[in-house]
Structure formats: C-alpha cells, structure tokens
Design a protein around this ligand. Structure first.
Ligand code: ATP
Ligand code: MG
Length: 368
C-alpha cells in the first residue's frame, strides 16, 4: 500500500473492489448465496518467511493481500511451519518471521482491520493436519506440483514437502475460510483442500466449510535484475526494505540490452521500464514511455529515475518500519493478539472435527 500507493494508480486488484458479502445462513460446505443479511467473508492468506520480501512478492502478492483487509474478514499468517521445509537455520528462521511481521505491518497490514499471526502459534492446525492426513490419498499428493517438480529434477524431497498441501488445507479449513486469494500456481492446492474437506465431510458430516480460490489479478510477473522473473531462487531480487545505498547499486547493475542509445525503443517488454512502471507516478511513466519511443537516451538515466521512484514509493513504509523496529513490544503484542483470535477460531473447528470423527472434544465440551 505504501500509502505512497497512490497517486491515482488504478488498483490491479479488481476482483475485490466490493466487500465480499455472504449470507449468515451459509451451509458449512459452500460459501452461501447472497440472499440473507450480509456478513463479511473470511479471507485467508499465508506467506512464507523464507527470505526478505522483494518487489516481486510485494507487487505480485502482498499488495493485493493487504488490500483485501477492506473487502473481508482477513486472516493473515506467517507460514513458519511451511518455511521449515527450506530454512534449516533456527536463527535465520526466527529473523525471517520477525522481518515478515514488520514488513507486512509497515506495508499497510492494519491489525485493527485484519488478524495477523504466526502459523505455529496455532498448534490446533498441526492436529488438524493429522486428521486430514488420514483421509488423504497418496496419489493426490503425488500429483501435486511442488513435490512432482522436485522429484522430476532428481532432487531429494522430504515428507514435509510431500504433505505440504495437507498442512495448507488445514491452514485454510481451521479458520472456516471462504476465500483464499492465490496465484495460479496455488490453485491446485486449493482444489486438494476442497477434496480433503469434501471427503472428511462425506465420512463424518458437515465439519468443514469449503473455501474458494480467488485468483489474484495484477500479479503479473515482476522481472528481476536479469530480466527473468524476480525470484529468490534466481538471485535477481531487489528487496523492498533493502538499505537505499546497496539498493541503488543493484538497480544500477540491472542488465539491459545493448541497442544504441539513439535507437527508438518500444517500452513494453523492457524489464527496466516495467519496473519503473510499477514504482513511478503515472505521469512519469507516460513520459518515460515517450522517451523510449523517441530514443536518444541511455539506460543509465532510466536506472537513476528508478532509484528515485523506488525510494519515494516505499518512503512512508520505510518510516513506519523504522518506528516498528524501535518498539519491538508493539509487534509482539499484535502477533499475540492475532494468535489468540486465530486460536479461538481454530479451536472451534478442531472441536467439530475431533468430535465428528470419534475423538473427544477439547474446548467446547467437558471431557467425559
Ligand atoms: P522461491 O525462489 O523460493 O520460489 P520467490 O522469490 O519466488 O521464492 P515465493 O515465496 O515463491 O517467492 O513467492 C511468494 C509470493 O510472491 C507468491 O504468491 C508469488 O506468486 C509472488 N511472487 C514471487 N515472485 C514474484 C514475481 N516475480 N512476480 C509476481 N509475483 C511474485
Ligand atoms: Mg517462487
């Protein structure tokens, strides 16, 4: 959001421009029709703390997730249990979780409007994962991309990666989520979640609400410093909150083509221009597009303009992040309150699930 977000740029997140209105009478298994008194749909989204957030994460996902806090009852979690399958250094993991919380809050996640929590602070989710695991066919998981891709590349995969979609299903079902905003690559996992919930409901009665994926629009691929998709794995990222001096160096080293300066160029498809278009005010973007078409300029000028545009775009967020960093208790309190709200919701769902499949209830009813 950086409320530097902004300057009349149309939000690419068109699908959520109106609040999700749902009936209070909705059935457990499907988000309901639009007839009765509207309530806010629960929107759920998680993000893995596997590194510092970069522009691709922000423009491709985080920005849209944060905008959703105005459209529904948003639950956001920092997926540290998922990150465990890739981050093996405890101090780094702790640091990434902390940074993720600070980054999200600085970027505009408002704890008064949305619930922010750390995944592992809700142990009910791990138990729910087991219950779901008992109705998960092996073949279903064998077909999932993340595991299949790794296996096809001959890389070792652990059971954590293999069963990742079940944990993800529990993440969603534990909070009776209606809507899960996702990129295209995650749609399959939502289908798995719906499958598992459906099987469980079929076996044991109406326990889980079936969520719906909502494709995140505007999540077009943000290019990295080498022109490929920006991605941690490609080491071509520019981090949102990187110090300005090293960030400038990185930007000045962005690869460009070697066409002569005089040659007029089409801006679309040029990764430097695309980055500029994300970060600069619309009038500056239009002027830059004209300059490309006219030719006679150097990429160095565009890079310098990008350095300034990026600094301006995230200036307020940087300021907010510095304030949050200076007051660690504030973030602790926000995460603790978020975890409490999330646990409350998850405990209810787990109770339903335990009781339905023949285990004693935990929270809602005294054990006999
Ligand atoms: P990895 O290299 O480990 O896959 P990553 O840098 O690609 O990491 P992810 O953790 O995979 O980042 O992505 C988190 C979210 O950010 C996802 O929703 C993903 O779609 C989005 N995202 C990541 N990179 C980009 C990008 N370059 N353009 C648009 N969206 C992106
Ligand atoms: Mg990725």
């Amino acid at each position: 959001m950086p409320s530097g977000l902004r300057r009349g740029t149309p939000s690419p997140f068109r699908f959520c421009s109106a609040p999700f209105a749902e009936s209070d009478q909705r059935s457990m298994s499907e988000p309901a029709d639009q007839t009765a008194a509207p309530t806010r749909q629960r929107v759920l989204s998680g993000i893995q703390p596997t590194g510092r957030f970069h522009w691709g994460n922000y423009f491709g996902a985080i920005r849209q997730y944060i905008e959703l806090q105005d459209a529904g009852d948003a639950f956001y979690f920092i997926a540290d249990l998922h990150a465990l399958t890739t981050v093996r250094d405890p101090d780094r993991l702790r640091g990434f979780v902390r940074d993720a919380a600070l980054d999200l809050l600085a970027l505009g996640l408002d704890p008064d409007r949305a619930t922010l929590f750390v995944q592992s602070d809700v142990p009910e989710v791990a138990e729910l994962t087991w219950l779901l695991m008992t109705v998960t066919p092996m073949g279903l998981l064998e077909r999932c991309h993340a595991y299949k891709d790794k296996k096809n590349r001959g890389l070792p995969a652990d059971a954590g990666l293999f069963t990742y979609p079940v944990l993800m299903a529990a993440d969603i079902l534990a909070y009776d989520a209606d809507i899960v905003p996702v990129g295209e690559d995650q749609v399959q996992h939502i289908e798995v979640c719906r499958d598992l919930a459906g099987t469980f409901n079929h076996l044991y009665g109406e326990v889980f609400r079936l969520p719906k994926p909502r494709l995140v629009e505007g999540g077009a691929k943000v290019p990295g410093t080498d022109g490929q998709k920006m991605s941690k794995s490609y080491e071509n990222t520019i981090e949102v909150f990187e110090e300005l001096a090293p960030q400038k160096k990185k930007i000045m080293r962005i690869t460009t083509d070697s066409r002569p300066m005089e040659e007029p160029k089409e801006p679309a498809g040029d990764h430097l221009y695309e980055l500029f278009a994300l970060l600069a005010p619309p009038a500056d973007v239009a002027a830059m597009a004209d300059r490309y078409r006219q030719g006679g300029f150097g990429y160095g000028e565009v890079k310098k303009a990008l350095v300034t545009a990026a600094a301006d775009y995230f200036a307020e967020a940087r300021q907010r992040r510095a304030e949050l960093e200076a007051d660690p208790e504030k973030t602790d309190t926000i995460l603790a309150a978020g975890a409490e709200r999330a646990r409350h919701a998850a405990a209810e769902v787990l109770d339903r699930a335990r009781s339905a499949c023949g285990l004693s209830r935990r929270h809602g009813e005294r054990r006999r």
